[in-house]
Design a protein around this ligand. Structure first.
Ligand code: AHR
Length: 514
């Protein structure tokens, strides 16, 4: 033990560790994980997902209907549910997105053949049959074993409609809405833990100013009741990325009336092809993914002013990569491929959410199937898992674990005269005392040599999994579904109590240390 403490002191002294420090390229990267420290829990909901009535996320992705040849349970495809269950999905957000502010929930209940059709005006003007509604969504959540996060309609809805929806879903007693639910086949109320009061109300959710939204929020929020012991957490619409003015105003005006503030952050902000890109475009995505750090820091700063006790959570309830639609797919349905580049970006995001888990209590990648940075792509009865799916599967060990502080000295890379770290890291300790360290090597060319010390525990074994490939744009297709999958990490050993590891170029690694 004394030797370990000494080692920690030496590391601190010699390298002057303080968070992340950049060094000139070519050196050994050094990491010190404070394995016996840590006070904050990484909320499992940070590994949450999002499903919108957009493109083929719901229809085809989840819903195939009871009469489909594709194996299903009550209309929901079994292969997709089985794959997602392996991620231990903690929470699923629905029905939008922009769709939420034009959705009228009463159209999506009752006998399916009698449900009215509507135009999905945000997403391709396609006909929405309302075949998948409240009962189907909450059935799906029960199949997945996850919490439901419902986004309510502020943009084109009414407080009465919102109140009725919550009563319909959660009231155990005798009322018109609860009895309507029973008539539609569900006796027991559902538990609804999270409810969003609108979505992107600065844009598709009504083009509001933050002042106007804040007033509307007060009004709508009043009618989102907690019935029958169901404690509902109310989520206010937050900014898109760097609109800190929005954050400032809503925190000032309604900070004392919300349980959480949302934030949306998509990268890289320029579009482009998901699969055809050069090295500079690889680095551009790394740069914009790392940019989340500053956005979170500034958002936390503003929240700290109005909520110094940290009672209000930050939910990054939409995030991920946004590329041009896949050639040949219908425009505005946001179907895109997903490569190793997206996987490394996801690894960075998740590391940053872990690091900020004191305030970030939920995050929902956009979106779960067939839209943007999806976990799953489907084509008829076929289904493939994307590289981003594998990152979520590898990182699930962090769910519910204690965040560990660390100090890192890493090589740097330069883009447009600015320096960025080659390695991006987070670490946690689970309830059995096992330490997990997730690392991304952002360098598309060069493996990274890492020397890692842990203070507070004596490491006796290290194992690791790695997601990497020869090509930056490596991905899975319906012809080659297993082209890119995690493998065992080679080149890792314990020497003099330290982990000596070589991280392949362009890789995501999760190490388990006992
Ligand atoms: O995820 C796609 C869209 O992105 C959502 O509907 C909207 O909230 C955001 O602009």
């Amino acid at each position: 033990m004394k030797r370990l403490i000494l080692l920690a002191l030496i590391l601190n002294g010699v390298w002057g560790f303080a968070g992340t420090t950049l060094q000139e390229t070519g050196g050994i990267n050094r990491l010190l994980v404070h394995a016996s420290l840590g006070q904050e829990t990484i909320n499992p909901e940070i590994y949450g997902h999002f499903a919108e009535h957009l493109g083929h996320c719901i229809y085809e992705g989840f819903w195939v209907g009871e009469d489909s040849d594709i194996p299903n349970v009550r209309g929901i495809r079994t292969d997709v549910v089985a794959a997602l269950k392996k991620l231990d999905i903690p929470v699923l957000r629905w029905p939008g997105g922009c769709f939420a502010d034009e959705y009228h929930w009463q159209e999506g209940i009752g006998p399916r053949e009698q449900r009215p059709k509507m135009v999905n005006t945000h997403w391709g003007m396609v006909t929405e049959t309302n075949a998948f509604g409240t009962h189907e969504f909450l059935d799906l959540c029960e199949m997945l074993g996850c919490e439901a996060y419902i986004a309510g309609n502020v943009g084109s809805g009414t407080p009465e409609e919102m109140q009725d929806w919550v009563e319909y879903m959660t009231f155990a007693g005798d009322s018109e809405m609860a009895n309507l639910r029973r008539a539609n086949g569900r006796d027991k109320p559902w538990i609804i833990k999270y409810f969003g009061i609108g979505n992107e109300n600065w844009s598709c959710g009504g083009s509001m100013t933050p002042e106007y939204y804040s007033n509307l929020y007060r009004r709508f929020k009043t009618y989102v009741r907690s019935y029958s012991g169901n404690e509902i957490r109310k989520v206010a619409c937050g900014p898109g990325g760097i609109d800190h003015h929005w954050t400032e105003v809503v925190m000032r005006e309604i900070g004392n009336r919300m349980d959480a503030l949302s934030l949306h952050y998509y990268v890289p902000g320029t579009g482009g092809s998901a699969v055809e890109f050069n090295e500079d475009e690889w680095l551009a995505l790394m740069e914009s993914s790392l940019g989340l750090e500053k956005v979170l820091a500034r958002t936390r700063e503003i929240m700290d002013v109005y909520d110094p006790d940290g009672k209000i959570a930050l939910y990054v309830d939409e995030w991920g990569t946004w590329w041009d639609e896949e050639p040949g797919s219908q425009k505005s349905l946001l179907y895109q491929q997903n490569t190793l580049r997206d996987a490394v970006s996801a690894g960075i995001f998740l590391n940053l959410f872990n690091q900020n888990c004191g305030r970030v209590k939920m995050a929902n990648i956009a979106q779960v199937n067939n839209v943007l940075q999806a976990m799953i792509l489907t084509d008829g009865e076929k289904m493939i898992l994307t590289p981003t799916y594998h990152v979520f599967e590898m990182y699930k060990v962090h769910q519910g674990a204690t965040l560990l502080p660390f100090d890192l000295i890493t090589n740097a890379w330069t883009r447009n005269d600015e320096k960025f770290p080659v390695l991006n890291v987070s670490a946690s300790r689970d309830e059995n005392g096992v330490v997990h360290i997730s690392l991304c090597n952002l360098d598309p060319q060069t493996p990274a040599q890492l020397e890692c010390a842990l203070d507070g525990i004596k490491a006796t074994s290290v194992t690791g999994r790695v997601l990497s490939a020869e090509n930056m744009n490596s991905h899975n297709t319906f012809d080659k579904p297993d082209n890119l999958q995690p493998g065992q990490l080679k080149n890792s050993e314990i020497k003099d109590g330290k982990l000596m590891v070589i991280l392949p170029a362009k890789s995501v690694v999760v190490m388990e240390v006992k």
